[in-house]
Ligand binder design. Sequence first.
Ligand SMILES: Cc1ncc(COP(=O)(O)O)c(C=O)c1O
Length: 407
Amino acid sequence: MDCSLDVEAVRARFPALHRRQHGQVVAYLDGPGGTQVPQSVIDAISRVLEHGVSNLGGGFGASHDADESTTQGRLAMADFFNADPSEISFGQNMTSITFAVSRALARTWRSGDAIVVTSLDHDANFTPWVRAAQEAGVEVRIAHFDPVTGELDPEEIASLLDERVRLVATCVASNAIGTLVDVGTITELAHDVGALVYLDAVHAGPHRLLDVRSIGCDFLVASSYKFFGPHTGILFGKLDRLAELAFYKVRPAPSDPPDKLETGTQSFESIAGLTAAVDYLAGLGDGSNRRSRLVDGFSRIRAHERVLSARFLDGIAEMDKVMVHGVPAADDRRVSTFALSVSGTSAEAVAGHMADQGLYVWSGHYYALNAIERLGFLDSGGLIRVGFVHYNTTEEVDRALEALAAV
Ligand SMILES: Cc1ncc(COP(=O)(O)O)c(C=O)c1O
């Protein structure tokens, strides 16, 4: 059996990947900021809108469709995270969900408690917690990553833990430098002192299939537009945890999980698109059910991304002026997201030079303010970010390398 990824077949399914600039196909190397969607996701979204759309809980066909879309979305995300559908809630995006969860959790904190956050995280998994802690009179402890290796040592978290800590919030993967965090070990350490664990899986989404049962975390949040779906946020929360928390809600809205934190009407078309995105990913692998196909699909994704990463890092190693910040090897410590600096040229100028050649990359801090500050680039305009996902090719890696070499 061929266990590799057929990248040309993958690309044929994504209409946006055929976009051209000056006659040349553009290279989307901006996956960390948001990925493109396959035609099946576009079709699923259109179907909902074309067929007639209504709200939940009515006694007629279009409302039954909205109910069914929501049920299917929970089932799909339950397979994606290895959770139960009753533990899956939807929201506008990761940031909104995190503000909601942080406010609900903060109501259980008391003055003298503490929380642990990290300097590796996107600000959406930092500021909501810091604000909630400030309002509740709770101490904030910051776990720092090593700016040389790019890694966040679980021992660093351990050194900040004691029985006063109520929460540890960390990313699974850094959207700035691509580091993978040992969230299983961190969860065990946090639980040993009675703290809850909130994981930001937004950046991990397109690269690694997660298993909330084996990680053991209390909450985990993701965003579908980062893994080939539309703009919708997803929260996994252990049922007991969701049940005991008091979320801000309007009176007639459901008070039981998982819908109790879904404020207002959800985007049913996006939830249908999200289900199609999970099915698309499952379709990349073989197996007897959706979860096992996802497991196989993601192992192919991972192998392909590793090839792209190794090629990219080998190419960068040849360039005296270009430096990679973060894990310098294409191994299990990282995903295929690279933060770079080019000596003598600003990140913005490099990204502009690449954009002129149809190479879409970001520059700046990408909301990972603390991480870019810790790397020493916040005041000088940040870093260039080149991100590869499974629809990227070795030719695109080479185009990026050529453009960087020519800066
Ligand atoms: C790691 C990470 N966390 C959180 C977010 C915020 O996600 P959202 O746009 O869904 O609020 C992002 C967005 O870039 C991200 O990369």
